[in-house]
Design a protein around this ligand. Structure first.
Ligand code: FAD
Length: 478
């Protein structure tokens, strides 16, 4: 087995640079950091951003916020009803248990012990004062407490499951690759950029790559794309798998006409409500970037609110953000708008076009506004009054609709850019066993394959996809 990675490789926890291990910041997500692809994206006519994506062994799990929460049972069952019964909650629960080492709940009906990914929660006695005030405000506003965000109970406020141990973000490479590096049947090549899949007729037979400026081809009996929700569809398109008209426009020979590549992508729109704290709150290494959150519904759409534990300038060094203001992230976890990922060029060195179409849907605007109103109620609550001197974003009296339009951003939880689905789904790119339709010998195994974004952050579901896909590769039925 040959594993190719565009970014740097680090053998284990001791060799990762300390700044990538430090879970109290997201150093690798900074613009220009070597571990970040930093992809330009259009949000609206007046707003664009640089989307961070991990370019390092472990991918985005090496640069992310460390929140490691499961998709809800309802998410899995929704995907199963669409024709993907291998992804029902009952079908995936054994794999959710297998992937984790839950240090709080241990081995029971819903949790697992001894798996590769540690799952920890900060105890109430350790909570940062901002987390405590946030939780108290949620209680005062009448929301329910959720004692286990990885359990089957109703949504509410509580501690977030995280893949953090003693302040270290345990990324997927540390959990899944480091223990197996010495296997005789595994070769790891880093700083190698895949350019396209090579086909003989409709069978994938290899991958063309660029290494140190030279172009080479690696052959393989089966090719698995795990390049993430932006780069996997980009590689499919560059390889002739995608909407035929788009491929021809860029001079690419069509291998399989799959209109769903890059056209049905999902993300979680986000705004940050800001406030000036009464006094600087010292960053605590073990607290992480965020440790508690509220999950709830507005008009049938799941939304999440989370207080970040330090000013953005400290969380993402070099971001140019305020070094004083603290923020509550407000996420819409089921957006109606699809994000589009398309070729800018047939040249593999040119990144794809990412167009968010943010807030084009009336329901997204209404739901994000309703979620922001919950956040403002939290900030204005008596429980927060000791910490919050004044609201800075939006300022008191500002028009909330206009403020959201000017400040919309994303949680960078991209999914569904090569979605799974049954034969009857014209936009399905892979079947439920991750096999790319219309070709042989090619699979996709990352968050691209989800039929839609989960109602929670996708990091845990990304690992689940790896566990599930590993079984499909060896199962005779798939
Ligand atoms: C800054 C940030 C914060 C986040 N915070 C959270 C959070 O707290 N909780 C949560 O649930 N989710 C979070 N996410 C999202 C979550 O981390 C990702 O959804 C998850 O890690 C899976 O990402 P992915 O599927 O896009 O693949 P990735 O993890 O990005 O992996 C793709 C891998 O493929 C490599 N690759 C790409 N193209 C090529 C190529 N052409 N050749 C060779 N290799 C290539 C990349 O370098 C990378 O290693 C965050 C994401 C970011 C960026």
């Amino acid at each position: 087995m040959l594993l190719l990675e565009a970014g740097a490789d680090f053998a284990g926890s001791t060799s990762f640079p300390a700044e990538l291990l430090d879970a109290s910041a997201m150093a690798g997500a900074a613009d220009g950091h070597a571990a970040n692809w930093g992809l330009d994206a259009r949000l609206t006519d007046s707003r664009s951003i640089t989307v961070p994506r991990g370019k390092v062994m472990g991918g985005s799990s090496t640069v992310n916020g460390g929140v490691f929460v499961r998709a809800t049972p309802g998410d899995f069952d929704r995907w199963a009803v669409l024709g993907n019964d291998a992804w029902s909650f009952a079908a995936v629960l054994p794999f959710l248990k297998r992937l984790e080492d839950d240090r709080d709940f241990g081995d029971d009906e819903f949790h697992g012990r001894g798996g590769p990914m540690p799952v920890t929660r900060s105890a109430p006695s350790e909570h940062h004062q901002l987390s405590q005030a946030f939780l108290a405000a949620c209680a005062d506003l009448g929301f329910a407490e959720e004692l286990d965000k990885n359990g089957p109970g109703a949504a509410g406020y509580g501690a977030l499951p995280r893949n953090i141990v003693d302040g270290v973000r345990v990324n997927a490479a540390m959990a899944y690759i480091a223990p197996h590096r010495d296997r005789a049947n595994l070769t790891i090549e880093s700083q190698v950029v895949a350019r396209r899949v090579v086909f003989h007729d409709r069978r994938a037979v290899g991958v063309e790559v660029e290494r140190s400026g030279a172009i080479e081809t690696f052959n393989g009996a089966e090719i698995v794309l795990c390049a993430g929700a932006v780069m996997s569809p980009h590689l499919l398109l560059l390889s002739g798998v995608g909407p035929a008209e788009q491929l021809r426009h860029h001079g690419i020979t069509v291998v399989a006409d799959l209109p769903g590549v890059g056209t049905r992508c999902c993300d979680h729109p986000q705004v940050f409500l800001g406030f000036e704290p009464a006094q600087p709150i010292p960053r605590r290494v073990t607290a992480g970037v965020v440790e508690v959150g509220l999950d709830t519904m507005v008009d049938g759409a799941p939304v999440a609110l989370m207080p970040y534990l330090a000013p953005m300038a400290e969380l993402v060094p070099g971001s140019g953000a305020s070094s004083v203001e603290l923020v509550i992230g407000v996420l819409l976890e089921r957006a109606a708008n699809a994000v589009e990922i398309a070729l800018a060029s047939g040249d593999p060195r040119i990144p794809p076009v990412i167009d968010y179409h943010s807030l084009e849907s009336v329901s997204d605007r209404a739901n994000l506004k309703a979620a922001a109103e919950i956040g403002l109620a939290i900030l204005d609550s008596p429980a927060m009054s000791g910490l919050c001197v004044r609201r800075t974003a939006p300022a008191a009296g500002a028009d909330l609709d206009a403020w959201i339009r000017e400040n919309i951003t994303t949680a960078v939880h991209l999914c569904s850019s090569a979605p799974m689905g049954p034969d009857a789904d014209p936009l399905a790119v892979v079947d439920q066993y991750c096999r790319v339709r219309g070709v042989d010998g090619l699979r996709v195994a990352d968050t691209s394959v989800l039929p839609s974004a989960p109602s929670r952050g996708p990091a845990c579901t990304a690992v689940l996809i790896g566990e599930r896909a590993a079984e499909f590769f060896t199962a005779t039925t798939a």
